[in-house]
Design a protein around this ligand. Structure first.
Ligand SMILES: [Zn+2]
Length: 300
């Protein structure tokens, strides 16, 4: 790697080389030490993901019913799994997203041990019927700012936005990553474009707490990522969100390599800018790789 290279071009070619290297060294097999294949996972690993999700399903369901899923811990996530399955999941846990061309911040591991306000009974109308969002957890300061902002939106537009997703522990984030793989044909690279790896999500960082918004007729980014951007609520947020401490995390053509997420806003208080983009121009990637002890660092 002596040729000069710049920004994302460098990252993407590094990712490509990594993919080739991974394919050569692992033969695509599910060996516990195998590096993740960035494009479509090999068939046996796809099966392994499916088995793992099946094994986790009862625990996830129970935590959902208890409304404690957002604060799931790693030991609880790994408990239902066999040793080889744990080793496979750990590959996702320790993956450095820069290998997939994603230059997001390392936020640290979110263990759920912080003060959180439970936001309950948020009721929307979905397909004409009442729909209650599962309980969400929000740091109290962020919740206060959100309520102030929504009261102002209500005054201006006669509408509010609701919190579809707020604080998520890193273990829950890891579970989400695994469960979203199938939406992206088991491509790690594609999934990484839309879903953060554990430790890299603003949903797990109360200092830059992300809220995913949904409007009262249940329009979010779920069906089509551009849907939310057509809402007048979104236009209002662009104009007024920063005054309440919220800024858009992933604008269009975001140099971090994340897709446009008009519903995802982070709370940063007075520092909030009208366009989150400026900050990202100078993003210094605090790659996790540099923080791991040498024996843990993935092979170059
Ligand atoms: Zn989000």
């Amino acid at each position: 790697m002596v040729a000069p290279y710049f920004g994302l071009i460098r990252v993407q070619s590094a990712g490509f080389l990594f993919l080739v290297a991974a394919a050569i060294f692992t033969g695509g097999g599910p060996s516990a030490r195998a590096e993740l294949v960035l494009e479509r996972l090999p068939e046996n690993q796809i099966q392994q993901v499916k088995v793992i999700l099946q094994k986790l399903a009862p625990m996830i369901k129970a935590r959902e019913a208890e409304e404690t899923l957002a604060t799931l811990r790693f030991d609880e996530l790994y408990a239902p799994l066999a040793e080889d399955e744990r080793a496979f999941v750990r590959e996702f846990q320790k993956f450095d997203p820069i290998k997939a061309g994603i230059q997001t911040h390392w936020h640290g591991i979110a263990d759920g041990k912080i003060e959180l306000k439970a936001v309950q009974n948020q009721t929307l109308r979905k397909d004409g019927k009442p729909f209650v969002i599962p309980t969400q957890y929000v740091p109290p300061k962020v919740y206060k700012a959100y309520i102030l902002m929504m009261d102002a939106m209500q005054q201006d537009l006669g509408k509010r936005l609701y919190i579809e997703s707020a604080y998520r522990s890193s273990a829950y984030q890891l579970y989400l990553f695994l469960s979203y793989l199938q939406n992206h044909d088991y491509s790690v690279r594609e999934t990484a474009h839309w879903n953060a790896f554990p430790g890299y999500s603003e949903h797990g960082n109360p200092k830059r707490q992300a809220l995913d918004f949904i409007n009262e007729t249940a329009i979010s980014g779920e069906q089509n990522s551009e849907d939310f951007a057509t809402l007048e609520e979104y236009q209002w947020l662009l104009q007024h969100g920063p005054a309440y401490g919220f800024e858009l995390s992933f604008p269009k053509k975001d140099p971090q390599g994340i897709g446009f997420e008009p519903w995802h806003w982070r709370y940063v208080g007075k520092k909030a800018r009208k366009r989150g983009l400026e900050e990202h121009k100078n993003v210094k990637n605090p790659s996790k790789t540099t923080k791991l002890p040498p024996e843990e660092a993935p092979a170059a």
